[in-house]
Design a protein around this ligand. Structure first.
Ligand code: TYM
Length: 349
């Protein structure tokens, strides 16, 4: 049965990239599928163990999920550390995955920088915990932005190696299903999870530099629109957003070599649930001096209600904690069944 899992780290302010690349898509998927949305607090320890305000940040991501429209009664919203299976399965996956696989992760290389010997072991093992998040629920679909693609390929590699290494035990435990991967028949306990990376905003770029990803860690706040920004902030940032001197093209191929223009058109398209082609058909030939105010108005219309609802929710931390607790209990039941199967399969007494 199709099942969606995804997560967001409680580090820093959520920005438009997180919203358009991930959270807005989480909301859309809940109409068609069962969904589990997690605040991955354990992942946020890999960069820095001691966080100021980690609890507030965790609640803030949960508030963003709810404010954006995720229905925590129909679906599961919880925080990772409240379900022990994540760390437990991650340990087993640490023994399935190879160091070479981890060393090849571009995000590890970027985050560890030059002084790799001094990066935390957790940062290296990060993708193994991410695979555990997904496979603990045997989730089949994972909506994420483009930057998570390599981690999801690794998740499939871990699932595949586990299935192949323990095929006989999976059968003996009376669990798993026959699938084919390529041409190969496999008796699989873990599914081959499908990444869901689609739409105009799988990679929202910095407003200051169309070749850089919009990110929480960019020192310039002008580079991103935060979900907590008010109408004035949004207006100022879009006004200052880097562009080129040309008018907007009428067709998609006219955006080639124009990363800033392409980014703003993509943002407009995603915020209005339209395609980039459609947006260009309307705005082609117009200058940024006309397009930017339209984009500002659209962004404020979409983000202001979310912003207001987030503030309302954050004013009642007890309510958020209760939502997370209920979600953790429901997630914990599924997780416990998987852990019991996994222990049986690998022979832990
Ligand atoms: P995180 O917290 O960095 O980002 C959360 C989500 O936002 C997406 N995203 C973007 N999308 C488009 N444009 C951008 N500029 C942009 N920046 C961020 C990310 O791709 C992500 O979908 N490793 C994950 C968290 C995680 C996870 C998981 C995700 C842990 N376990 C299991 C899915 C399934 C991360 O650091 O996301």
């Amino acid at each position: 049965k199709p099942l969606v899992f995804s997560g967001v780290q409680p580090t820093g302010n959520l920005h438009l990239g997180n919203y358009l690349g991930a959270i807005r898509r989480f909301v859309a998927l809940q109409e068609e599928m069962d969904c589990i949305y997690c605040v991955v607090d354990l992942h946020s320890l890999t960069a820095q163990l001691v966080h100021r305000d980690l609890k507030e940040q965790t609640r803030s991501i949960a508030a963003a999920y709810l404010a954006a429209g995720i229905d925590a009664d129909k679906h599961i919203v919880f925080n990772q550390s409240a379900v022990p299976g994540h760390a437990e399965l991650a340990w087993i996956f640490n023994c399935v995955a190879r160091i070479g696989w981890m060393n090849r992760m571009t995000q590890f290389k970027d985050k560890a920088g030059k002084d790799r010997e001094n990066a935390s072991l957790g940062l290296l093992a990060y993708p193994s915990l991410m695979a555990a998040d997904i496979l603990l629920y045997r989730a089949t679909h994972v909506p994420v932005g483009d930057d998570q693609k390599q981690h999801l390929e690794l998740t499939r590699d871990i699932a595949m190696k586990f299935n192949l290494d323990f095929g006989d035990n999976i059968r003996a435990a009376g669990t798993g299903t026959d699938i084919t991967v390529g041409d190969q028949p496999v008796h699989a306990y873990f599914p081959m999870t499908e990444p869901m990376i689609s739409g105009a905003t799988t990679r929202v770029m910095s407003l200051r530099d169309g070749t850089k990803k919009m990110s929480k860690s960019d020192p310039s706040d002008l580079s991103r629109i935060n979900l907590t920004d008010d109408a004035d902030d949004i207006s100022r940032k879009i006004k200052k957003a880097k562009t080129d001197p040309e008018a907007l093209p009428s067709e998609l191929d006219g955006l080639e070599g124009r990363p800033e223009a392409s980014n703003l058109v993509g943002i407009y398209a995603a915020l209005s649930d339209r395609t980039k082609e459609d947006v260009l058909a309307e705005y082609g030939g117009q200058q940024f001096s006309a397009f930017k105010p339209a984009l500002t108005e659209l962004a404020v219309t979409v983000l202001a209600p979310i912003n207001a609802e987030m503030r309302k929710l954050e004013a009642d931390p007890g309510h958020i904690d209760a939502v997370l607790k209920k979600g953790s209990e429901r997630a914990g039941e599924i997780a416990a069944r998987t852990m019991s199967d996994v222990k049986d399969i690998i022979g832990l007494l």
